[in-house]
Design a binder for this molecule. Structure first.
Ligand SMILES: [Zn+2]
Length: 210
């Protein structure tokens, strides 16, 4: 684990699709769970740092975010929070749209035994869910003090936050709108993506134009 910002750590065992751990007085939080097959590596990394988990927050339904959710939920006994709009896809009531239907058949992710639903505006400890649809129908980002967990609403490429490639998005136009809205609503702090490295973000002309 590597400290990124105040109380936030990146899990090195999740390279390729980063998950983050955050210390919180209301119970420590894991944000996303990375690619299938990494549960024991993630557990080891957390245990090494005595990093307990009370809440697991999921940004969206893609298998590289929920890949170890069931195993890590069982290990930690944490409360699982799923983005309400993506729940039908996560639990298998609806097939994921587009190519992801096929990806989900090959890369399977187990469904956790119990979970609660998160809607935009809901808070878990210091984090508040922000609607950021487009990559998936129910994608949520999570905003905390000086930090923004963007899931796949933004990826960092060559030091720049950008929306994901068109073919990865459920609705590309909406994904671009959500990406712009997240960036214009975030004045300064750590932008924490799954893909690409964390970026210290300072909005241009940040002062006085709120
Ligand atoms: Zn994704």
């Amino acid at each position: 684990m590597k400290e990124v910002g105040h109380d936030v750590w990146i899990l090195e065992s999740t390279r390729g699709s980063y998950a983050y751990w955050m210390a919180s007085a209301d119970g420590n939080i894991l944000i996303d769970t990375s690619l299938p097959g990494r549960a024991s590596a993630i557990q080891r990394e957390l245990e090494t740092h005595q990093a307990t988990v009370a809440h697991i927050l999921i940004t969206h339904y893609d298998v590289d975010h929920i890949g170890n959710l069931a195993a890590l939920a069982q290990w930690s006994q944490a409360q699982v929070w799923l983005p309400a709009g993506d729940v039908p896809y996560i639990v298998g009531e609806r097939p994921r749209p587009g190519v992801k239907r096929y990806i989900a058949r090959v890369m399977k992710a187990e469904v956790p035994r119990s979970y609660a639903m998160l809607h935009a505006g809901d808070a878990v400890g210091p984090l508040t869910a922000i609607a950021s649809p487009g990559h998936t129908p129910g994608h949520l980002a999570f905003r905390g003090p000086g930090m923004l967990f963007v899931g796949d609403a933004l990826a960092v490429r060559r030091g720049r936050p950008l929306p994901p490639a068109r073919w990865l998005n459920w609705r590309h136009g909406l994904a671009r709108q959500s990406a712009d809205a997240l960036l214009s609503g975030f004045v300064e702090g750590w932008l924490l993506p799954a893909h690409g490295e964390p970026l210290y973000w300072q909005r241009k002309g940040g002062q006085g134009d709120d």
